[in-house]
Ligand binder design. Structure first.
Ligand code: PEP
Ligand code: MN
Length: 337
C-alpha cells in the first residue's frame, strides 16, 4: 500500500500517520522527491480497512498495489488448481461438462435426463432441489425430496451431482449427499453461508453475483478458502447490463481475466446468461474457445412443461449435437471432453 502525502501536510501530521502504520504492525518505507512524498506500507496489508488512512489530513491518496485476495490469487499459486470430484476433475485437461434440468421435478424426469446427458458425454448431473425464485409464489423446488431423487439418479448413472444450497439449514444433508455444492448468484455474498462452506471439504461451485465484479467474486471465493476449503470452482453466468434482449450479458472476458488473476477453475453457464435455448450452443462454443474449464448447461426433456427455466433449456438431442461440436473445439484448445 502506498500513501501519497499532501503537499501542505505538517511534519507532526506525517509523524501521526507513521505512528499509526507502526501501531498496525507494518514497516514504513519513506520516499521524498522534488514533487512527491510517499510512504510505502510494507507487509500484508489485506487486513487494513481501505478507508483508514483517508481519514488523515496528511494523506492525499491511498494506492493499493496488492490484490485483497490471497488464497485465490495466482501470484501465490502459479499452477492451475485441479479440483477432484470422485473420479472426475474440474480444472485439469478434461473439460467439466455439467448438465441437467434447472430443477428436479420427479424421479422419472431426473433419471431420464441423467441417462441421456451421460450418454452424450456429460461428466456431472445438475438439478436444483432448493430453488431461489424471484417470486415467493413460484415453485420453490422439491427440497429434501429433490436431494433424494438426485441420489437415485446418481446411483443409476454414476454421475456426480451438483445442486444449489440456499442457507445453512440443510448443510449437513448437502455435505452428506451432494458431490459439488452450488452457491447461486443471489447468494454469492452471503458471507455467513460462505464461511460455513469454508469449514467443509466439499467442492463448491461459486456463481458470480448478478452485478458482482470479478474482484468481488474472488473475495467471495476467499471467504470459503480462508476457512480451509480450497475446493472452489468459479462460474460466470451472465451479469446485469442495460441490454434486455438476453436475460443477462455473458461476460466472456471474465474467463481470461480470472485465469490471469486466479488459479481457480472457471466454468461458464450459457443457459442463465442468455435465458434463450437457441443461444446456448453459440455461447457454450465461445466459452470453450475462450479457455473455460467447463460448462453448466440446462437440459430438459420437455422444456414446454418445465417447472423452471424452460425457455433456456435445451432438449437432450440438442445437447448431444452440442457435445459433438464441443469435442472438436476442445481438441483445438488441446483439452479432452
Ligand atoms: C441455477 O443454476 O439454476 C441458478 C438459479 O443459477 P443462478 O444462481 O446463476 O441464477
Ligand atoms: Mn435455472
Amino acid at each position: 500500500m502506498i500513501l501519497v502525502i499532501n503537499k501542505n501536510a505538517s511534519e507532526k501530521e506525517i509523524e501521526d500517520v507513521k505512528e499509526k502504520i507502526h501501531a498496525k504492525g507494518f514497516e514504513v518505507h519513506e520516499s521524498r522527491g522534488l514533487n512527491y512524498h510517499i510512504l510505502g506500507v510494507v507487509g500484508d496489508t489485506s487486513s487494513i480497512d481501505s478507508g483508514l488512512f483517508q481519514t488523515y489530513n496528511a494523506i492525499d491518496k491511498v494506492i493499493f498495489v496488492q490484490e485483497p485476495y490471497k488464497k485465490s490469487n495466482r501470484l501465490f499459486h502459479p499452477d492451475n488448481s485441479v479440483i477432484k470430484v470422485g473420479k472426475e476433475t474440474i480444472g485439469g485437461d478434461k473439460l467439466a461438462i455439467i448438465a441437467g434440468p434447472c430443477s428436479v421435478e420427479s424421479e422419472e424426469q431426473i433419471v431420464s435426463i441423467a441417462e441421456s446427458v451421460k450418454k452424450s458425454g456429460a461428466g456431472f448431473l445438475r438439478g436444483g432441489a432448493f430453488k431461489p425464485r424471484t417470486s415467493p409464489y413460484s415453485f420453490q423446488g422439491l427440497k429434501k425430496e429433490g436431494l433424494e431423487l438426485l441420489k437415485i439418479a446418481r446411483e443409476k448413472t454414476g454421475l456426480p451431482i451438483v445442486t444449489e444450497i440456499m442457507s445453512t439449514d440443510f448443510l449437513d444433508d448437502f455435505v452428506e449427499d451432494v458431490d459439488v455444492i452450488q452457491v447461486g448468484a443471489r447468494n454469492m455474498q452471503n458471507f455467513e453461508l460462505l464461511k460455513q462452506l469454508g469449514k467443509t471439504n466439499k467442492p463448491i461451485l461459486l456463481k458470480r453475483g448478478l452485478s458482482a465484479t470479478i474482484e468481488e467474486l474472488l473475495m467471495s471465493a476467499e471467504y470459503i478458502m480462508a476457512g480451509g476449503n480450497d475446493n472452489v470452482i468459479l462460474c460466470e453466468r451472465g451479469i446485469r447490463t442495460f441490454e434486455k434482449f438476453t436475460r443477462n450479458t455473458l461476460d466472456l472476458s471474465a474467463i481470461p481475466a480470472i485465469k490471469k488473476l486466479s488459479h481457480l477453475p472457471v466454468i461458464i453457464d450459457p443457459s442463465h446468461a442468455a435465458g434463450l435455448w437457441w443461444m446456448v450452443e453459440p455461447l457454450a462454443k465461445a466459452a470453450i474457445v475462450a479457455g473455460a474449464d467447463g460448462l453448466i448447461i440446462e437440459v430438459h426433456n420437455d422444456p414446454k412443461n418445465a417447472l423452471v427455466d424452460g425457455a433456456q433449456s435445451i432438449k437432450p438431442d440438442k445437447f448431444e449435437h452440442l457435445m459433438d461440436k464441443l469435442k472438436m473445439l476442445a481438441a483445438v484448445e488441446e483439452r479432452a471432453i
